[in-house]
Design a protein around this ligand. Structure first.
Ligand code: DQA
Length: 146
């Protein structure tokens, strides 16, 4: 088995399928998880696909990722726009990091147009729907090969 990656989803992403479908599409969290696990398997990546509604829990997950994972793909959801604690934890994690958003945060309300984490990750994908998660996995796979 190849590299080991952590997929960390923030608040309310467990409710995909029930949330505004105009922004997030109709895919459920469970189906998205399955799609990502299949893509990782195809690329010989090990993945832990997780979700939390709790900021401090996300910080602890990122802190402990250092020992176990080669990279993190994160959709910090609403905490993207507010959490210095998640930003700081990501900054401490020195391996590969990709930020992903299902919607185009720059085309939405002003409070969503700022990400506190974009400048501490390798790169990001936004506005491409749930397909962005698959693209993030492909990008992570390439980053880890370098
Ligand atoms: C989101 C965008 C955030 O602004 C929002 O709070 C989310 C989801 C996205 O994936 O488009 O929960 O991160």
């Amino acid at each position: 088995m190849g590299s080991n990656i952590l997929f960390l989803n923030g608040p309310n992403l467990n409710l995909l399928g029930q949330r505004e479908q105009s922004q997030y599409g109709s895919i459920t969290y469970e189906d998205l998880k399955k799609k990502c696990e299949e893509k990782c398997k195809e690329l010989d990546l090990k993945v832990e696909f997780t979700q939390s509604n709790v900021e401090g829990e996300m910080v602890s997950i990122i802190q402990s990722a250092n020992e176990k994972f080669d990279g993190i793909i994160i959709n910090a959801a609403a905490f993207t726009h507010t959490s210095i604690a998640i930003r700081d934890a990501l900054e401490i994690f020195k391996k590969k990091k990709i930020e992903v958003h299902i919607s185009n945060i720059f085309k939405r309300e002003e409070f969503r147009q700022k990400s506190l984490i974009s400048d501490v990750v390798n790169g990001g994908i936004f506005g491409l729907g749930s397909e962005g998660y698959i693209l993030a996995i492909i990008a992570m796979h390439k980053l880890l090969k370098k």
